[in-house]
Design a protein around this ligand. Structure first.
Ligand SMILES: [Zn+2]
Length: 77
């Protein structure tokens, strides 16, 4: 397995502390302006901002809850 490090703080990332970020920079630079970045949870939070982060976590939780509910509904059939 290849090791991944946080692009910001350099911490080694593991599965549950790892955010993959695709970043497109506009206006495009000569090399395309696209970045594939890896961040740890706390740097990711810092980068996108607390407000955005919290609403994302909320949406994530909502999404997970729906998946669990769907699974439950299937099991009840
Ligand atoms: Zn970091």
């Amino acid at each position: 397995m290849t090791k991944t490090f946080c692009n910001k703080c350099g911490k080694q990332l593991n599965f549950d502390d790892h955010r993959k970020v695709e970043l497109t920079v506009r206006p495009y630079t000569t090399y395309g302006g696209r970045f594939n970045l890896d961040y740890c949870e706390s740097c990711f939070k810092e980068i996108i901002g607390e407000e955005e982060y919290n609403s994302m976590i909320q949406r994530e939780a909502e999404h997970k809850r729906r998946i669990i509910e769907k699974r439950k509904a299937k099991n009840d059939e």
